[in-house]
Design a protein around this ligand. Sequence first.
Ligand code: DAH
Length: 339
Amino acid sequence: MIEQINNLLEEVKGLTAANAEELEALRLKYLSKKGIINALMAQFREVPAEQKREVGVRLNELKNAIQEQFNALKDTLSNKDEELCDIDLTRTSYPTRLGTRHPLSIVKNEIVDIFSRLGFSIADGVEVEDDWHVFSSMNFAEDHPARDMQDTFFIESHPDIILRTHTSSVQSRVMETSKPPIRIIAPGRVYRNEAISYRAHCFFHQLEGLYIDKNVSFTDLKQVLLLFAQEMFGTNTKIRLRPSYFPFTEPSAEMDISCNICGGKGCPFCKGTGWVEILGCGMVDPNVLELCGIDSKEYSGYAFGMGIERITNLKYQVKDLRLFSENDVRFLKLFENAN
Ligand code: DAH
């Protein structure tokens, strides 16, 4: 009998009850009139006198152990019930607050979308660049003012390593690793050593375009940019190209669109001219092609670059550039329905 009691003591330690029914089943099995404990009590009467003491002590231990285990399981179950009672299952949940896409992302995605439909794929460069990709390969003369510390952030211990000042650096990154035809756009962040104000920032975003193939002409460039302007700002948008200068394009131009705020009539935004500048562009200078390992007698190309903040200002009239990097939710929420 001692052995039977010992086995039961072991068994009791592992008893569990997941709900009231299981608990009741345990009670019936061990503690009820017809349960195991009572059956053992009946057997106890038959135990020879000299063993009674030892068996009695063990039997009591078992009885207590079962009762304790039963009480503990009962407590756990009733606590669970109370926890459940605290939750009001009929209450409506708190509304989920979704974040909004950043206005610069919205506009960038829109630009990327337009050029993707025209067959351009996305290329990536690096923000911490070397002088070669940002300046030298882009045909900047050794003494060009843009290389000056006034404009460019240098990495102190490495005078050759800088934060890129424009996404044109991706042009040479792509040209040195792929062969024409090349048709890419490269959106990304750029850095310039400017004092922060409502109209200037030390970092901002650009999107570069590059197309290189046989017989690419200025007409191709103009047509693609017209298409872009009309997709972005509406089909009535006009463009005009003004001669300009960039080291990496020849000829170079700046493109204006008819002011999308006054429709070209003249307003404070376009300073009464009816036109607003949106990008720089031109035919890739043959020097650049050669520096990047492309035969300029066989291939020609065009390039363009625009500021994403500038395009966003035109679309949404954000007057203070600093708003783009402050991440004030009151500002960001204004674009909730824009994406
Ligand atoms: N990289 C120029 C800038 O940062 C923008 C630019 C102008 C890019 C003309 C071009 C281009 O590709 O052809 O101001």
